[in-house]
Design a protein around this ligand. Structure first.
Ligand SMILES: [Zn+2]
Ligand SMILES: [Zn+2]
Length: 229
C-alpha cells in the first residue's frame, strides 16, 4: 500500500499536508458516506466510504488514486524525516513554479492563524528594529517627511558621515555634549515648517537639545499659523 504513495506527485503531497488536520477531525464519524465514483462524478477531490484501508485507517481517500489520507500522512512524514533537505528543496521548487497557489495558501493560513501569528510578527519586528536601529529611524523620518509632503531623502552613509563631521558632538548652541551614547537626528527647519528631508537640513543633537528645540519649533509653528500671540 505504502509503495503506491510513492507515485503521488509533490503538489498533491503538499495539498495533503493541508488536508490532514481536517481528516484528523473528520475521520470516522461525521463525514458523509460517498463512493469513489459518486465523488468523482460530483467533482470532489476526496471521498469517504467508512471502510478501513489495508492498514486499518477509517479515513478519507483521494479520488484520483484511491489513496488513504492517513497512510499518505505517515508516508510523507517518513519521507521528510529520511531526507528533509531534498523535501524542502522540492517544496521550494514547487512554490517557485506556483506563486499564485502559494499566495492563496499563505493568505488562508494567515487569516486562520491571525490570533496566534500576531505576537510572533510583533516580536520579529521589534527584534529587527533593535538590530537595525539607524535604518528603522531613517524609515520613520522618511515616513514623517512623506506625510508632510517634504521633499528629499538621505542615506545612512550621509548621516553617519554627518556624525563624524560634527565630531560626535551635539550641534545645539553652546552645548557640545558628546553623542557617543545617545543622540537624535533633527530636522534644522522642522518638517511642519516646510523643512526638507535632505541631508543639509539635518543635524545631530543630544536628547536635551532636541527636546528643547522641538518645543521651540512647536511654538513657532503655532505662532506662524496664528494659534498663539
Ligand atoms: Zn490508511
Ligand atoms: Zn545638546
Amino acid at each position: 500500500m505504502l509503495d503506491r504513495v510513492n507515485h503521488i506527485c509533490l503538489p498533491i503531497q503538499l495539498v495533503l499536508f493541508h488536508l490532514f488536520s481536517a481528516c484528523d477531525i473528520m475521520c470516522g464519524m461525521t463525514k458523509e458516506l460517498i463512493s469513489r465514483n459518486a465523488a468523482a462524478y460530483k467533482g470532489h477531490l476526496r471521498y469517504f466510504t467508512g471502510e478501513p484501508c489495508l492498514h486499518g485507517h477509517i479515513c478519507e481517500r483521494i479520488v484520483s488514486n484511491n489513496q488513504c489520507l492517513e497512510c499518505a500522512k505517515i508516508y510523507a512524514r517518513e519521507q521528510y524525516a529520511a531526507n528533509p533537505e531534498k523535501f524542502r528543496a522540492r517544496s521550494r521548487e514547487w512554490s517557485r513554479d506556483n506563486p499564485d497557489k502559494v499566495k492563496i495558501r499563505n493568505k488562508k493560513y494567515k487569516s486562520e492563524n491571525a490570533e496566534r501569528l500576531r505576537p510572533i510578527a510583533i516580536a520579529r519586528t521589534r527584534k529587527w528594529i533593535d538590530e537595525h536601529r539607524e535604518q528603522a529611524n531613517k524609515q520613520r523620518r522618511d515616513r514623517r517627511a512623506r506625510v508632510r509632503n517634504a521633499p528629499g531623502s538621505h542615506t545612512l552613509e550621509q548621516i553617519s558621515k554627518l556624525l563624524e563631521t560634527q565630531n560626535w558632538k551635539c550641534a545645539g548652541p553652546k552645548c557640545n555634549k558628546s553623542l557617543r551614547k545617545r543622540r537624535h537626528l533633527d530636522h534644522k527647519t522642522a518638517l511642519v515648517c516646510g523643512g526638507s528631508n535632505y541631508i543639509d537640513n539635518l543635524q545631530w543633537l543630544c536628547p536635551t537639545c532636541n527636546m528643547r528645540k522641538n518645543r521651540k519649533d512647536a511654538i513657532e509653528f503655532a505662532r506662524e499659523n496664528g494659534l498663539l500671540l
